[in-house]
Design a protein around this ligand. Structure first.
Ligand code: KIV
Ligand code: ZN
Length: 533
């Protein structure tokens, strides 16, 4: 793109006061979390929601409250505890779903009900078995019902990109007339291209009745690797809300990556003049790493903006250029996204003060009690390994998931392996109610033996879905992170742990899963009442 600015600034925004503001709608905890490998516990979602609020997202989609009691409880907890962003919950176009969202977001300062209904011919015929008119009627009824509880309503036309434009315009016109304040155009299957989506947004904004009363939003999936490019094209054509996730996590190939979108708008301000977001870009790196720590899913080294290699200049030619002028090979500064380089590696002689400083550089700000705990763990680790790296410190700062911190605890673990024959393991587990269980098993390697022994001890058969081990940092004494996922009663449960002993890490990871099973709670939704209008 060059020449004329690509931005049409004449579009509605949330409050109508700032036409240059691109609202960042984060769906890490909904579209992101529903992807295999990224499930989070309630405590983990709350922690992530706090980080997203610190990052400055405008709207935080906290979950799909009608999907499960746990989803409901997570959204409600976030609505009660997280301040700053507007807290949003997803609902199908059904009264029960809408009422669940209304109850879940009730404690929020600012809430949003997000209703979706598929509009494309494929979905109408094969999924919904609904005529065009039935889709319009359902959309209107859904928005009207939501209006009884909340005055901020988003309507999403699922598979909008593959919907006949004239029909889509009819649906959006009807939704806005019924009270929708945001209309979202999802590229649900990641099918569109930048040129096509820009044309579609421009056309819709010209043809939807009441377009100037609603914010137009994009929601792009990455099946063809164009989610960020498509979102930027939508912004160029007047979208003033972008739906995205940290590290681009999400269904299938994921959603548009928040950090890439925000930095593209920032770095290419020449192409997007007068547009801005409320994101504190210096928090991008810490937020991306926190998500990776919580989910146990590493960020690819070459990931744009937040990958480890994103600011590394290895080749001699590049280094030479950089020494002459940073701009030769650098379009944004590492500091702008919160990467703070340091020569300092902590070790056993480092004190509490040095640890606090390092934690703060890494974006963690524990209170005194939490710092004491981290410091104790730090000292134990520093006795085992000579150098304590940033990744070790981050793992300590995130710690174990409080939602899986009992009732089972590891009392004793012994594992042996022999070249050419089976491995064996014995474990002793203690339970919060005071009883102890000891079990032993043989397996195909020490980790398999430990998993079997723990499974016998807690009385659950784990069908392991995914098992990953990776070194957290460099060197032969690096800590290993074990991440395990199992399917239990149709849902994915994940556990992870970090230790200098990888067999011990695996034992803690599977124990985390056993504890999650024990923790399944039935959360009673609170009594129905309307949220503030
Ligand atoms: O991709 C999609 O269509 C969605 C909607 C629910 C917004 O995630
Ligand atoms: Zn989606």
């Amino acid at each position: 793109m060059s020449g004329e600015p690509a931005v049409d600034a004449n579009s509605a925004t949330l409050d109508g006061k700032d036409p240059g503001r691109v609202l960042v709608f984060d769906t890490t905890l909904r579209d992101g979390e529903q992807a295999p490998g990224f499930s989070m516990s309630r405590a983990q979602k709350l922690r992530m929601a706090g980080a997203l609020a610190d990052l400055g997202v405008d709207i935080l989609e906290a979950g799909f409250p009608h999907a499960s009691d746990d989803d409901f409880a997570s959204v409600r907890t976030i609505a009660a505890k997280v301040r700053g962003p507007r807290i949003c919950g997803l609902a199908r176009c059904q009264q029960g779903d809408i009422e669940s969202v209304a109850r879940a977001i009730e404690p929020a300062d600012k809430g949003r009900i997000h209703i979706f209904l598929a509009t494309s011919p494929l979905h109408r015929e094969f999924k919904l078995q609904m005529s065009r008119q039935q889709v319009i009627d359902a959309a209107v009824a859904g928005v009207q019902h939501a209006q009884r509880y909340c005055d901020d309503i988003e309507f999403s036309a699922e598979d909008a990109i593959r919907t006949e434009p004239e029909f889509l315009a009819e649906v959006f016109s009807a939704a806005i007339e019924a009270g929708a304040t945001t209309v979202n155009v999802p590229d649900t299957v990641g099918y569109t291209t930048p040129l096509e989506i820009a044309e579609r947004f421009a056309w819709l904004r010209a043809n939807v009745r009441g377009a100037d009363r609603a914010v137009f939003s994009s929601h792009c999936h990455d099946d063809l690797g164009m989610a960020v490019a498509n979102s930027l094209a939508a912004i160029s054509a007047g979208a003033r809300q972008v739906e995205c996730t940290i590290n681009g996590i999400g269904e299938r190939a994921g959603n548009a990556a928040l950090e890439e979108l925000v930095m593209a708008l920032h770095v290419r301000g020449d192409l997007f003049p007068d547009l801005h977001t409320g994101i504190r870009t210096q928090r991008l790196h810490a937020t991306a790493r926190l998500l990776s720590q919580i989910t146990g899913q590493p960020i690819p080294r070459n990931k744009a903006v937040v990958g480890e290699n994103a600011f590394a200049h290895e080749s001699g030619i590049h280094q030479h250029g950089m020494l002459k002028h940073r701009g030769t090979y650098e379009i944004m500064r590492a500091e702008d996204v919160g990467v703070k380089k340091t020569e300092l590696v902590l070790g056993k002689h480092s004190g509490r003060h040095a640890l606090r400083e390092r934690l703060s550089i890494l974006g963690h700000d524990p209170d005194d009690a939490a710092l004491d705990e981290i410091f104790t763990r730090f000292k134990t680790l520093a006795d085992k390994k000579r150098e304590v790296f940033d990744a070790d410190i981050e793992a300590m700062a995130v710690g174990r998931d409080p939602d899986a911190a009992g009732p089972w605890h590891l009392g004793h673990l012994h594992a042996t392996s022999h070249f050419g024959s089976s491995a064996s393991a014995s474990v002793r587990l203690t339970h919060d109610d005071g009883h102890e269980v000891s079990e032993a098993a043989i397996g195909d390697g020490p980790i398999d033996a430990v998993l079997r022994a723990v499974s016998r001890a807690v009385g659950h058969d784990f069908s392991v879905n995914e098992f990953q081990i990776r070194a957290l940092s460099e060197g032969g004494d690096a800590q290993g992170q074990a991440a395990i996922s199992v399917i239990h009663q149709g849902r994915e449960l994940r556990g992870q742990s970090v230790s200098t002993d990888i067999v011990e890490a695996a034992a803690h990871a599977i124990l985390e899963i056993a504890n999650r099973i024990e923790h399944f709670t039935v959360v009673e939704p609170p009594a129905r009442s309307a949220i503030a209008r």
